[in-house]
Write a protein that binds this ligand. Structure first.
Ligand SMILES: Nc1nc2c(c(=O)[nH]1)N=C([C@H](O)[C@H](O)COP(=O)(O)OP(=O)(O)OP(=O)(O)O)CN2
Ligand SMILES: [Zn+2]
Length: 126
């Protein structure tokens, strides 16, 4: 794949990580302003010279707003809401719902919990 693009989205949510020991600060309920970055690639460009139109990624914004924004992530997800698990969850949703409609492949979903902490899921490529 020769070309890559990226787009970022933010949402706010609460979570805790129940598998951590009780003395760990993240075992208590707290919140983050999450930033989700997606990276997409294509071997060639579609007119007028796009990997895909950034606007075609709008359904992801709607999904994040409707499903995760201002939600309690322990209730909204069926996995423990670590950044790694969130990245995988969002990648799976994107591959099922957006990728079939665009001329590009999802490569990476990166989830920032804060300006200094992030995790990413690298989508296996065929
Ligand atoms: N690999 C991961 N480690 C941690 C995750 C995670 O999702 N993946 N999550 C947390 C907690 O959610 C915690 O809220 C964030 O931890 P941390 O960055 O350590 O804390 P701060 O945001 O307060 O950052 P400081 O740099 O310590 O100020 C924990 N670990
Ligand atoms: Zn946290």
């Amino acid at each position: 794949m020769s070309y890559r693009i990226g787009k970022s989205f933010t949402f706010d949510a609460a979570h805790y990580l129940p598998s951590l020991p009780p003395e760990h600060k993240c075992s208590r309920l707290h919140g983050h302003t999450y930033t989700v970055e997606v990276v997409l690639s294509a071997a060639s460009l579609a007119p007028p010279g796009f990997v895909t139109d950034f606007g075609e990624l709008g359904p992801l914004r709607h999904y994040l707003d409707a499903t995760l924004d201002h939600q309690h992530l322990n209730r909204a997800l069926d996995v423990e809401p670590t950044s790694e698990n969130l990245a995988r969850h969002i990648a799976d949703w994107f591959q099922e719902n957006v990728e079939p409609t665009i001329p590009a492949r999802l490569e990476i979903v990166r989830v920032h919990e804060s300006p200094t902490s992030w995790a990413e899921y690298l989508v296996p490529q065929p």
